[in-house]
Design a protein around this ligand. Structure first.
Ligand code: NAP
Length: 288
């Protein structure tokens, strides 16, 4: 495992474990398996509705809290200075933790400027070690950077061989914002694991296409948080730290770029509607 130093000096694992779509009733065991397999960074969110299970896994895993890196996110109905402060405490309580390692604005919607002011204060009081955003396109990210006291330490974005976002990565580098890839496999959509280029490179290195995808990410300095409920895949996805892709491999993967999201396009009216419709979930509306 390698680590990256964020702009504030905090060390963060380059690979972690995501728990989106892991149901609350199985999530504790899944996260305990992931920690036993070697993951130390766990990525959840208030909207995943499994923070309590993640918290139980952290308490029962036998690894000291300070050896783990725990991320959660505030969702749209939790945006706004007061609401985000309340949301932070609720997430901490759900997780059974005294502090968070990383707290993120989940979507570039709602009063995220108010949310950001709350996050800056939470960071300054030491309740969270790093703060950041998700799904911020370059214009939103740059605008936030111009108006914030603290530049986001992280921008968590959809990033995989079908959506390579090279110019955005360059901008983040310029701003000192660390990129983190969600859905590094695009959840397998559009035949990701069957891409002949990835299969050929995997064969060359005696690895799997999944490992090639993850390695491609980290070699660009992008943190990864793959999700799997299967123990053998958790291990497979961690087995990327003893080989590297050469420049020819990296160049070949460049050809897979479709330059559009496979999962979430925050510029699409239908997507914005879908995201807000999700708020009709009764559990999620409890805060608004
Ligand atoms: P992903 O990691 O790209 O893909 C997960 C899917 O790939 C699952 O169906 C999993 O199946 C399968 N898989 C995992 N490892 C595999 C392997 N080695 N070979 C074949 N299939 C494999 O997608 P994701 O879960 O959407 O994204 C990862 C994490 O990013 C999430 O869990 C979440 O923490 C975060 N995320 C953040 C946002 C955001 O807006 N900030 C959005 C989405 C996700 P099994 O589980 O059945 O093995």
């Amino acid at each position: 495992m390698e680590f990256v130093k964020l702009s504030n000096g905090v060390c963060m694992p380059m690979e972690g474990f995501g728990v989106f779509q892991v149901p609350e009733d199985t999530c504790e065991q899944v996260v305990r398996n992931a920690i036993a397999a070697g993951y130390r960074l766990i990525d959840t969110a208030y909207s995943y509705q499994n923070e309590k299970a993640v918290g139980k896994a952290i308490q029962n895993c036998g690894i000291p809290r300070e050896k783990l890196f725990v991320t959660t996110k505030a969702y749209i109905q939790q945006m706004g200075y007061e609401k985000t402060k309340i949301a932070f405490e609720e997430s901490l309580q759900n997780l059974g933790l005294a502090y968070l390692d990383l707290y993120l604005v989940h979507m570039p919607f709602g009063d995220y400027y108010g949310a950001w002011r709350a996050m800056e204060e939470l960071y300054e009081t030491g309740k969270v070690r790093a703060i950041g955003v998700c799904n911020f396109l370059p214009d939103r990210l740059l605008d936030l950077c111009y108006n914030a006291r603290i530049v986001p330490h992280i921008n968590q974005i959809e990033h995989h061989p079908h959506y390579q976002r090279t110019k955005e990565l360059a901008l983040m580098k310029e701003l000192g914002v660390q990129p983190q890839a969600w859905a590094p496999f695009a959840e397998g959509l559009k035949g990701m694991f069957d891409e002949p280029v990835l299969q050929e490179i995997a064969e060359k290195h005696d690895r799997t296409p999944a490992q090639v995808i993850l390695r491609w990410n980290v070699q660009q300095g992008v943190i990864i948080i793959p999700k799997s409920v299967h123990r053998e895949r958790m291990e497979e996805n961690l087995g990327i730290w003893d080989f590297s892709l050469d420049s020819e491999d990296m160049e070949k993967i460049t050809s897979l770029d479709q330059d559009c999201p496979s999962m979430l396009d925050t510029r699409e009216v239908s997507e914005v509607r879908r995201v807000y419709d999700y708020l009709n979930n009764p559990v999620l509306t409890s805060l608004s």
